[in-house]
Design a protein around this ligand. Structure first.
Ligand SMILES: [Zn+2]
Length: 274
């Protein structure tokens, strides 16, 4: 093919263009580690995946979940309305820190107190969390925590720490140059259901950012303390879900949240109509 025809071919098929680019220039050129500041906490972190790459990786996992759990998706009724209402406000706040992410929430009928947010802004909530949250502010506590993992790029940071960034970039570029074991590992680090737990410092950071997010979204941050106490009682003797995991003591978690409350209350403006 002539140069012009090759170019026309590639422009018409962007995915093929990306795969060819990955093979030709090598996946290493698709990633370069850069310094990045986390929202709210202002911590310097090192990640290599761009916002667009994180979104693509999260979307792959999200599409898989929607396919597998299609029968359990709830798209009407009071529970759906509540999740949509709270998620919209939390997403608007998180979107200021990550305007490139494309936010969306899905409610699944599952009898398990859990929720998560994938890199790039796709949120999944299980109906089993709603009896524990009980009100919008507590649901905002959970969603604030989950979207904080995404805006603070915790999954990308974990992938970087495990030296899997090039593998992740290769998966995004069309699945070249990775082993099945590495492939599974990358998806296990995304923060979805049944994935590997985040580190304790990332969990604590998500609590801190999430508390400020719920306040910015117009929810009274003190409600977070009441929620974690309820969560503590509800998960007694059971395997804790991701957002409650890796905490040796919920009491310390509540202590830390109380320490951040003055900062969150400064960010709090009651929403109109509350
Ligand atoms: Zn978490």
């Amino acid at each position: 093919m002539s140069g012009k025809r090759v170019l026309g071919f590639l422009v018409a098929r962007p995915l093929i263009a990306v795969v060819i680019a990955a093979v030709v220039v090598g996946v290493s050129l698709l990633v370069h580690t850069h310094r990045q500041k986390t929202p709210v906490t202002g911590r310097t972190e090192h990640v290599a995946l761009s916002d667009a790459q994180q979104t693509q990786l999260g979307n792959q996992q999200y599409a898989k979940t929607l396919r597998e759990d299609r029968a359990d998706i709830i798209s009407s009724g009071p529970q759906y309305a509540e999740v949509e209402r709270v998620a919209k406000r939390i997403e608007a706040v998180a979107g200021r820190d990550k305007p490139a992410f494309v936010w969306r929430v899905t409610l699944l009928r599952k009898n398990e107190a859990n929720a998560y947010c994938l890199p790039g802004g796709k949120i999944v909530v299980y109906t089993g969390i709603l009896p524990v949250t009980g009100n919008d502010a507590a649901l905002a506590t959970v969603l604030g925590h989950e979207v904080a993992h995404a805006t603070a790029e915790h999954a990308a940071e974990r992938i970087e720490r495990e030296h899997l960034t090039k593998v992740a970039a290769a998966i995004i570029a069309g699945g070249v140059a990775f082993t099945p074991r590495q492939y599974v590992r990358v998806f296990a680090l995304l923060g979805a259901a049944d994935s590997l737990p985040f580190s304790r410092s990332q969990e604590s950071e998500a609590d801190h950012i999430g508390l400020v997010y719920m306040a910015r979204a117009g929810y009274q941050p003190r409600e977070a303390v009441a929620f974690w106490k309820r969560m503590q009682r509800a998960s007694k003797g059971k395997e804790p879900p991701e957002f409650a995991s890796d905490h040796p003591s919920d009491e310390h978690r509540i202590e830390r949240i109380q320490k951040w409350l003055p900062e969150a209350e400064r960010a709090y403006t009651p929403a109109h109509g509350d």
